[in-house]
Design a protein around this ligand. Structure first.
Ligand code: GDP
Length: 379
């Protein structure tokens, strides 16, 4: 037995030489947990390995513009950080990168869990890479902070794509609010564009508010659907259908092919009665099989056509400008809201006010007036 071993503290008392378990002495480590022991030569002074050197904002930006994947990953981690000094530095980096952003087509992809989003992105992404594109895959999944991990953008679900040198996959950032997650994803998208990714795919789940948010940050919004799904599912989709620039029925393979085609013509009729999502563009329904790689190229051609038509009409650029302005307003809303909920005076009275409103003792408008007047006093 090596001399630097000892009995664990939970070993039985008394003579227990036969007790098999031993604990090794620890190795001295730096504050960051990295081993301070440098080698095996006796008598040699241990060398402490330090953390990676901090990059300046310019170094981050230069690395991103060179397409250096390691720096790109670090820049995105910086953008995703909630620490005050990181936010400041991230803004400096983004300022340098801004002139190099915008040169991509931004595609949002949504659909209920199980519809085949990750399978589609894997097949679609590989197809685009074969054509010479550089593809970034991001995700907006506000539930990830509740479920404890991102369910979208998970690398293991896109095995083939994640091995591609010309692809960058980033799971959904953590965040307690959809607004927070969206801010980080938007900024990550800009960083990826500056790094030369010319197609950005943003995946989101087809439940809740996240698709409206993703719609407001992409050029083209694609809704994946299933043929023969129950009425319950169709109900969820109606509002989302109005946001879609294309509706694609996935899993159109094997014995499902015919059912998918019938569903496609039904959806095509339904789209006819809906307000178009984008001015000057008529949304259509298509079928595909992400698994069998069928109909995938057609989807890309539709996106190309959309780019061409909306580019000529000026709608494409106008949308992007409107999206940027809306983003500013959304961030102001988020900021004011967070100041409001953190305000000590508001915190002191809000529970009582809520109770009074719930009991019918106070009208809602009076409650708002009281809360706002306390907030404005900055007491
Ligand atoms: P997500 O939850 O929307 O990301 O869905 P996944 O991509 O994880 O797919 C859910 C299931 O549907 C998996 O078992 C896939 O293998 C399967 N699937 C995805 N696309 C197709 C397809 O085009 N055809 C068939 N038959 N199955 C598919």
């Amino acid at each position: 037995m090596a001399s630097n071993t000892k009995m664990p503290e939970w070993a039985p008392e008394g003579d227990c030489a036969g007790f098999a378990c031993r604990v090794m002495d620890g190795v001295a480590a730096g504050h960051d947990g990295i081993s301070a022991y440098s080698g095996t030569e006796e008598g040699k002074k241990p060398v402490v390995r330090h953390r990676r050197p901090q990059l300046t904002a310019q170094e981050y930006a230069d690395g991103v513009l060179r397409g250096d994947r390691a720096v790109l990953g670090r820049a995105i981690t910086l953008v995703e950080s909630n620490a005050g000094h990181h936010i400041e530095k991230a803004q400096e980096v983004l300022k340098v990168l801004l002139p190099f952003t915008g040169n991509s087509i931004r595609v949002g992809i949504t659909g209920v869990p199980g519809v085949g989003k990750s399978t589609f992105i894997e097949t679609f992404g590989c197809h685009l890479i074969e054509q010479g594109h550089k593809v970034a895959v991001l995700a907006v999944d506000p539930s990830s902070s509740i479920s404890g991990g991102s369910i979208l953008g998970d690398k293991t679900r896109m095995e083939r794509l994640s091995r591609e040198e010309r692809c960058f996959i980033r799971p959904s950032p953590a965040g307690s609010t959809l607004g927070g997650v969206a801010r980080k994803t938007r900024e990550t998208m800009l960083v990826c564009e500056a790094a030369g990714f010319d197609v950005v795919l943003i995946e989101t789940v087809g439940v809740g508010q996240s698709e409206t948010t993703v719609r407001s940050m992409v050029d083209f919004f694609l809704l994946l659907m299933l043929a023969g799904a129950g009425d319950e599912l169709q109900g969820i989709k109606k509002g989302i259908m109005e946001l879609a620039d294309a509706l694609v029925i996935n899993k159109a393979d094997g014995k499902n092919k015919l059912i998918a085609e019938t569903a496609r013509s039904e959806y095509e009729r339904a789209l006819h009665y809906l307000q178009p999502s984008t001015e000057g563009w008529v949304s259509h329904a298509y079928t595909c099989s992400a698994m069998a790689n069928e109909g995938i190229d057609e989807v890309w051609k539709v996106i190309g056509k959309y780019r061409e038509i909306t580019g000529k009409s000026g709608v494409f650029e106008r949308h992007r400008k409107e999206q940027s302005i809306k983003w500013v307003h959304d961030m102001v809303d988020d900021h004011l809201r967070s100041l409001f909920v953190k305000h000590p005076g508001v915190n002191k009275i809000i529970k009582d006010i809520e109770r009074s409103v719930a009991n019918g003792a106070m009208p809602a408008v009076a409650a708002v007036q009281q809360l706002i007047s306390v907030f404005e006093c900055r007491s």
